[in-house]
Design a protein around this ligand. Structure first.
Ligand code: SAM
Length: 282
């Protein structure tokens, strides 16, 4: 086990600093404090972060750090940290690491036993989820699906039996095809498309995947998050799963193990299936 220092300590540390997803007023006092504490800031796009910092009237040296230069930018950032400097990481919008660069850097810094500290701030996925009206007790953040329809469908196949609300990021030029693929693979579920969050033309479209697809075909612009209801096991699914459990039991498998195996295949609850089998046996 490793324990690390908190933000109040000075010296070498990596600060993960979220940026606004559209509305500048969402820069909190603590985010400003974090930016001010940095000796240098590693960012996805130095022009965009530079613009944000100049609006905040803060000047800091910037290092470019993105997916395509990380083999050179990570060692450069580690050098800064080894020299005892505080390095901030910022992306163009929202949290670094979340569908944005930073994951490998965070791992490399943890490996060096250098503190990594996060700050609360805007995140498009959570904004959309909480306003979607869909079940937010359990959810799965997926981010972007593949841009190719055939590969996207394969990804959706893996998600289709999960009982949790699904949260996706998508680009406006791909949203209509993405919704069509979802409608086909996941079925016509309830969903919410949240676009231009925190901006002037913020809008939530709540309805079925089919209704959202039709709206997307008519044209939807801006940045968007798609929240889709999880798979709701129907009674028919449960009855079929119970039959599968019984077949496995007939082949000699113990009821709990059989329920567990079928649960894994169907996405239903193992305990729920086991209880149904017990009830039937009574
Ligand atoms: N790191 C960011 C975060 O924490 O939310 C996400 C970055 S990802 C590269 C960009 C995607 O986030 C966009 O394509 C869109 O799906 C979503 N997004 C970002 N800002 C948004 C906004 N204001 N409204 C809706 N979606 C947004």
């Amino acid at each position: 086990m490793k324990r690390q220092k908190s933000f109040s300590d000075t010296g070498a540390r990596l600060l993960l600093i979220p940026s606004p997803i559209g509305n500048l007023s969402e820069v909190s006092g603590r985010i400003r404090e974090a930016v001010e504490a940095c000796d240098v800031i590693a960012c996805e796009d130095t022009r965009n972060t530079g613009k944000l910092l100049s609006l905040l009237q803060i000047r800091k040296p910037l290092i470019s750090h993105h997916e395509h230069n990380q083999s050179s930018s990570i060692p450069r950032i580690l050098e800064e940290l080894t020299a005892g400097h505080t390095v901030g990481v910022m992306s163009d919008a929202g949290y670094p690491v979340i569908s944005d660069p930073g994951q490998n850097l965070v791992r490399a810094v943890i490996e060096q036993d250098i503190p990594v500290i996060s700050f609360s701030g805007p995140n498009a996925a959570l904004n959309a989820l909480v306003a979607s009206g869909l079940d937010a007790r359990h959810y799965l953040f997926y981010g972007f699906t593949d841009s190719k329809s055939s590969r996207r469908r394969k990804e959706l196949e893996q998600l289709k039996n999960l009982p949790w609300t699904l949260v996706f990021y998508e680009a406006p030029h791909r949203i209509a095809q993405c919704l069509a693929d979802m409608e086909e693979v996941l079925g016509n579920r309830q969903a919410c498309l949240a676009r231009e969050l925190t901006k002037k033309f913020e809008e939530y479209l709540r309805g079925t995947l089919q209704e959202l697809r039709q709206a997307a075909e008519d044209g939807l612009k801006g940045e968007m998050v798609l929240v889709v209801a999880g798979h709701e096991p129907e009674e028919a699914d449960e009855a079929a799963a119970c039959r599968q459990v019984k077949e496995l039991m007939a082949q000699g498998m113990k009821p709990k193990a059989a329920a567990k195996q079928v649960a894994k295949e169907t996405g239903l609850s193992a305990n729920g299936l086991y209880q149904l089998i017990l009830k039937e046996q009574d």
